[in-house]
Design a protein around this ligand. Sequence first.
Ligand SMILES: N[C@@H](CCC(=O)N[C@@H](CS)C(=O)NCC(=O)O)C(=O)O
Length: 255
Amino acid sequence: MASFVAQTAPPSATVRFDKPTLFDVPISNNGGRCRFVIYKKNIERLVAVESPKVLGGLKSEAYLALNPQGLMPLLALPDGTSLPESQVIAAYLADKYRDEGASFDLPTPELRAADMLVQRIHDQYVAPIQGAMYKEMEIAQRAKAIERLAFQLDVLNRLVKGPFVAGDHLGLADAALFPTLAFCRFILPQYFGWEDLFVQRQQLGQYWAAIEADPAGAKVISEIEGGLQQWKDSGRWEERGIVEQVAQKEYRWSY
Ligand SMILES: N[C@@H](CCC(=O)N[C@@H](CS)C(=O)NCC(=O)O)C(=O)O
């Protein structure tokens, strides 16, 4: 258990943390972005990770008082500050714990811009449509989103310099991108008939290999894949009608 006390009312006045606490679950790709920074910096002793369930879940009064969006990840700080949004949390952790473990600093304005662009494309164009891989939705909407997802993966493939997003230096775009690729890699070949994600996207493939060879990267990948495997075992894609939709060949599903 994390070292904090949660009571019920009024939530904003009663939840206090004695160390920074990341609310998140292993399958979360947005959370994986923050967990990667924590693992690369070896700051597990300084930053706790807890499930939103300890506050009653994402839509509980106590959690909504900390993040009105009802989404994870969320970083709660001992001074009462709540930081939602994975980009903000990852950047805060990299900055706050600048002197611990790995650095996410990039040496030139051009590399920083390249890193920021990939974060922007991920957050603006990929994250909003990732649900097409695993959420319930109308068939035409799903097919359109899968087409857009393929397009955005192609865009990202051209932007990744290799081996990391901005070349030889690790940046925060690396933390953002691979957890979402873990979803794509697990789901698109199994449920949408794609061949290996990286056959047509070799820059992304090289990037994935570099992250997978990193112990912190491998740890986040295995957390996410473990969660996806649980979804698979529980029959998520059949239950939500996704398998049935993808069987309808008047739509294109693989790219
Ligand atoms: N823009 C947010 C997105 C957060 C988000 O969508 N989180 C997902 C998990 S990865 C979530 O909380 N889903 C639960 C829900 O939609 O109820 C971020 O980057 O943190």
